[in-house]
Design a protein around this ligand. Structure first.
Ligand SMILES: [Zn+2]
Length: 511
């Protein structure tokens, strides 16, 4: 077990959270089943826009001559389904830290990933471009040089920039390192040896048990160590937690936390290998598998808590714009399989998005409007009042957050692999499958789990025509932007060395 060194911090933070944010996290809750795709929104005015400043906020007020720039903390959580997050309505207490952050800020309950796997989705967060434009959609792809990333913009604006990531698909060589003064993309998922000596790096032996390696603790420790050295001036930190990814093998006490009485033989290992991948187990066993996934989520949530506690310990938490997102979800046989990347149903693309910044972000708002991962970068830049010339496909969520509008998108999109794409509206969703594959259309109000494809029944309707119109518009915009960034050439290829290929094979990402 690797979670000893910082465990003492957790109760302190949780006590602080309870003190600051009393009340039940379920005040924001609703279930996936009654998710209302309509906009039930009230436009706010006047003083209701600003959240009250807590006493501990005083330290963040500006010095003479203008307000101090905020710190920016972007936290990505691997494979986190929105419907398994407490503040988005899950019945289990999987995410007490995220719920507490949501209470002090805003939670978006209808945020969509741009893809159902890590690489393209995270690149969309860092560029505000859909995968079809940024092109980082395979292991031999690299972000075109012309694309300017969030980290590059912030570094240009005098931020120190640092990333700690623990998923090998976020290998810096795909372009993820761009703009970061330090991009730690290899140490954490291979673990640490002894007192902070790094194991890993480009020449390390591949870890055959990468699915079994817990990375949240070493990642948090690496981030903590960096913060200790660098907390005096505002910085941009990107932390990406890996552990909810399969296999589902949470350490004690998280392994039995949500299903203590299970006495069957099924575990959370090799869940995406055949024959387990395609053979739905009996419900009792499936419930147990899901409880193990929930244990991984809860385990990861404790480390998010520790990271935030580090910010609090150095007195910078309330000067920090915190943005938390899930990269995509995971399937539990809703459409016949396990794992992710293979479809664009909501279990794979409906993700959490939570923002907190006490002096700027209203407190306790639960926003049901449709949003996308491409909105994260423009929102950050808007709040930081940084102008950016490059086209972004997302929209700042600031007007939505501050109650001036009830929605910013009629449609958002997902894609990122095999020419499959989805057009997602507030009430309906259309999925285009590769080649001559069948089109799908779902009524998300009456069929939120996308079990009843009604495309055949309504394919000549005005509703479907409107989705096709927006799809065409989106595709055409994508083509123009992609041509602009690529200058007519193909995507730059990345040649991964044998070491990295072995790592990706061990993770099951490539054959
Ligand atoms: Zn992922």
């Amino acid at each position: 077990m690797k979670q000893s060194s910082n465990i003492v911090i957790l109760p302190v933070l949780m006590a602080l959270l309870v003190h600051l944010w009393p009340g039940s996290s379920m005040a924001y809750g609703h279930s996936e089943g009654d998710m209302s795709p309509g906009l039930s929104c009230e436009v706010l005015t006047g003083e209701s826009l600003a959240g009250p400043l807590d006493s501990h906020e005083k330290q963040s007020s500006g010095k003479p001559g203008g307000p101090k720039r905020p710190y920016v903390l972007l936290i990505g959580i691997e494979t986190l389904r929105a419907d398994h997050v407490g503040c988005i309505g899950y019945s289990r207490n999987t995410t007490p830290a995220l719920d507490a952050i949501a209470k002090e800020g805003v939670v978006f309950s209808k945020a969509m990933a741009t893809a159902s796997w890590t690489m393209p989705a995270v690149m969309s967060v860092l560029t505000s471009l859909y995968p079809e434009v940024h092109g980082t959609t395979n292991y031999d792809r690299k972000l075109p040089e012309d694309v300017i990333t969030l980290a590059e913009v912030l570094r240009e604006n005098e931020y120190k920039t640092v990333a700690f990531v623990s998923n090998p698909t976020l290998d810096g060589r795909h372009g993820f390192y761009r703009g970061f003064d330090l991009y730690d993309d290899f140490s954490v998922w291979l673990g640490f040896l002894g007192a902070g000596k790094l194991v890993g790096g480009p020449n390390a032996a591949p870890n055959p048990d990468v699915h079994q390696t817990l990375t949240s603790e070493p990642l948090t420790r690496a981030a903590l160590r960096w913060i200790e050295q660098n907390h005096r001036e505002p910085f941009f930190m990107f932390a990406f937690y890996f552990d909810p990814h399969y296999d589902y093998i949470p350490p004690p006490p998280f392994d039995t936390m949500f299903d203590p009485n299970y006495d069957g033989s099924v575990d959370g290992r090799d869940i995406v290998q055949e024959p387990r991948k395609s053979n739905r187990p009996p419900q009792r066993d499936l419930d147990h598998i899901i409880s193990l996934y929930d244990g991984e989520v809860r385990y990861t949530d404790t480390y998010v808590s520790k990271l935030l506690n580090t910010f609090a310990r150095f007195g910078i938490l309330d000067q920090t714009f915190v943005i938390i997102f899930g990269d995509h979800g995971d399937e539990f046989y809703e459409h016949g399989k396990t794992g992710h990347a293979h479809t664009l149903y909501n279990e794979l693309i409906h993700v959490p998005l939570i923002l907190r910044w006490p002096s700027k972000i209203p407190k306790g708002r639960h926003i049901d409007a449709l949003t996308s991962q491409v909105d994260i970068m423009p929102t950050i830049l808007d709040y930081l009042r940084i102008q950016h010339q490059q086209a972004m496909q997302g929209t700042s969520l600031r007007d939505l957050i501050e109650g001036r509008v009830c929605g910013v998108h009629d449609f958002v999109y997902a894609g990122g692999r095999s020419h499959r794409c989805a057009v997602i509206g507030n009430r309906n969703k259309m999925i285009l499958n590769p080649g001559a594959g069948p089109r799908e259309f779902y009524d998300l109000v009456n069929d939120p789990r996308e079990q009843n494809n009604i495309y055949q029944a309504i394919d000549s309707s005005a509703l479907v025509a409107s989705f096709e119109h927006y799809l065409e518009q989106w595709s055409s915009e994508n083509e123009k932007l992609a041509a602009q960034f690529l200058r007519g050439s193909d995507f730059e290829r990345v040649r991964l060395d044998e070491h990295r290929l072995k790592q990706l094979k061990a993770l099951g990402y490539i054959q």
